[in-house]
Each structure stands twice: as C-alpha cells, then as structure tokens.
Write a protein that binds this ligand. Structure first.
Ligand code: DC
Length: 234
C-alpha cells in the first residue's frame, strides 16, 4: 500500500460504501473543508439510468444502454457549497435522479461491464488540482486504485433505512420504514453480488462504521487520515 500519491499526481481521497452510509454528505463536507473537487459517481449512474428511462430503453437491452451511456451529456453545476445541480442532456435533473426509480435503474445499469467502462474515463477526468474527493462504490478499488487515503463507510441497514426515511419525509414523500429497509437490503445484495466491480472495501481502505455517529465526528475521522493532517487535531 502506498502512503502517498506518486510525485506530481493530483491527490485523491476515495469514500466508498453502500447507500445510506452517509457518503454523499461526508464527501461533500470533506471536499469543502479541503477546497478540493468532488465527484458524485452515483449521480453519473443515476443520470444514465434516467436518460435510459426518458428514451424508453429496456433495462435488459445492454447494447442500447451502452450507447445511451456514451450519448448522455452530464454536467454538475454548483458553487462548491450547496449540493451541485445535475444537468442531464440539458435538463436540470437534480431531484429526478434521486427518486427510487432512478436509483433502481442506476443499480441495474451499473451491473453492465461496458457501461462501467464507458464511465471510467469520465470519472477519472474529475481528478484535477488541488485534489479530488471521489464518492461511490468502486472509487478505491477500480477508478482510483492509487488514491490515498481510501475510506469505506458502513452503517447498519436499520440506521440507513431510518436516515433515508427522515430525508424523504422532510421532502414530503410518503414511504414506509419497512419498505425502505427491504429496498436497501435488495440494493445492497445486488451491488455486492454483481460480477463487475462488486461493492467491497479496497484492501487498503479504512472502514468506518457510522452507526450512531454524527456527521462532524465522521468528517473529523476522515480528515485525520490525510497524511498532512495527521497528529494536528482540528
Ligand atoms: O450512491 P448512489 O445510491 O447514488 O448510487 C446509485 C447506484 O449506482 C447504486 O445502486 C450503485 C451504482 N453505483 C456504482 O455501481 N458504482 C459507483 N461508483 C456509484 C454508484
């Protein structure tokens, strides 16, 4: 395991983990604190899933989905503070990509190796100075294998379902906790058991269980892993 990036390489900190582990919030906060760029790789899969739906592409038609992946234009717009807007083929799809339908489509297309390959270079293009915080499922294992540090966030399925329940309730979406738990367990199983890039920690990842931990505590633990910050306490 490398303790630092090769000389001259733009540093990358990867944060992988299952849905509801708090990756998005933690990654954005860490990126903001460091003044680094932020890659929400799940948003790319969700955007392609959504675009496939807009074009009525069957989720079992792998070659049409691969074409759709190449054809879909995805842009992130933000001021680096709030959650960035996600523009898909010119349309602001920030809210639509967060729906359960888009999430399920994303999970289905994410199992196709050619779709993953088609998104690989797009993800690597986010690696720009002064640094990148990359959030996803395979950031540390496949997309940025030389990243340091690599973090793998987990939380119990019950807590992840509760967090999601609160988020959706706040947005006025009507859901049941039991239904969300079922969906989370099904999504976990699909993401962990797929043949390509299954969800698992990189061998050199630091695993942090966020069950019962607040956002600030997790952000601090992640920042403390950066070589330049070790022993500083902040
Ligand atoms: O993190 P998320 O819930 O927004 O991700 C949506 C789906 O995309 C999820 O089911 C798995 C897939 N995904 C992936 O396979 N690889 C990534 N790097 C990010 C997301």
């Amino acid at each position: 395991m490398a303790d630092e990036h090769p000389a001259g390489a733009v540093p990358v900190l990867t944060i992988d983990g299952p849905s509801g582990s708090g990756k998005g919030t933690i990654s954005r906060r860490v990126a903001e604190t460091l003044g680094w760029h932020y890659l929400d790789s799940g948003a790319l899969y969700r955007a392609v899933g959504l675009a496939a739906g807009w074009s009525d592409i069957d989720l079992s038609d792998a070659s049409a989905l691969v074409r759709c992946t190449f054809d879909t234009r995805i842009a992130f717009r933000g001021d680096g503070h709030a959650e960035p807007r996600v523009i898909v083929n010119g349309t602001d799809a920030t809210d639509e990509i967060r729906t359960e339908t888009a999430g399920a489509a994303a999970s289905a297309i994410a199992a196709i190796a050619e779709v993953r390959a088609a998104l690989r270079d797009r993800q690597r293009a986010f690696r720009q100075a002064p640094g990148l915080v990359a959030d996803g499922r395979d950031m540390g294992t496949v997309i940025f294998p030389d990243a340091h540090p690599k973090v793998f966030l987990t939380a119990s399925a019950d807590e992840r379902a509760e967090r999601r329940y609160k988020q959706l309730k706040d947005k006025g979406v009507s859901v049941t906790l039991a239904g969300l738990l079922r969906e989370i367990l099904a999504r976990d199983a699909r993401d962990a058991n797929r043949a390509v890039a299954p969800l698992r920690p990189a061998p050199d990842a630091v695993c942090i269980d966020t069950t019962g931990l607040g956002i600030d505590a997790v952000v601090e633990r992640v920042l403390a892993l950066l070589p330049a910050r070790q022993g500083q306490g902040f």
